[in-house]
Design a binder for this molecule. Structure first.
Ligand SMILES: [Zn+2]
Length: 176
């Protein structure tokens, strides 16, 4: 999934959960945290694999549930001690939506090897082929890509939800 798709999914999941739990749209800081956390697994693993080279896959350490759940619990616990439990929930929802959607996407397209990170380190994960990633990007054709159309429709629907929620997140910038 592209970064904006992870952001959209993280926001939609958090918005739905907040409306169900609190009967209210997400708050400014919580919405930003959910979107930020939805990018974090890739922001950690991709540079570690592709730039630093300490892991061999862009879906490994920070994507592995054993690390992801521990990290989310740690963040939630830290924020809960400061009476900011909701921020911890937002972080966890954004982060875990990324991990879950990466695994689900790999399973749905039949690339089961790329879902093995859900049981890392018990299962090994395949080594990223930088060339194939770059070739994929090079072959990307916006005009003909059906997935881009779907992505755009989902993106517009997410923006619609965000507007219906009262554009949470923007208030942080207006306040200053
Ligand atoms: Zn990812």
């Amino acid at each position: 999934m592209w970064p904006w798709e992870h952001a959209a999914l993280g926001y939609v999941c958090y918005s739905a959960l907040t409306r169900r739990r609190l009967d209210a749209p997400p708050g400014d800081v919580a919405a930003l945290l959910a979107v930020f956390a939805s990018q974090l697994p890739d922001l950690i693993d991709k540079p570690l694999a592709w730039t630093v080279g300490v892991v061999h896959s862009g879906r490994m350490l920070a994507h592995a549930p054993i690390v992801a759940v521990a990290l989310c619990f740690g963040v939630w616990w830290y924020l809960a001690r400061r009476s900011e439990t909701e921020y911890g929930v937002a972080f966890a929802v954004g982060y875990l939506s990324h991990v879950a959607s990466d695994a689900l996407q790999s399973v749905l397209v039949g690339e089961y090897a790329y879902a093995r990170f859900v049981l890392w380190p018990l299962l090994s994960v395949p080594t990223d082929q930088q060339e194939s990633v770059l070739a994929e990007l090079g072959a990307f054709d916006p005009a003909l890509s059906a997935t881009l159309v779907v992505s755009a429709v989902v993106g517009l629907a997410t923006v619609g939800l965000w507007i219906a929620d009262g554009t949470p997140g923007l208030g942080v910038f207006h306040r200053s």
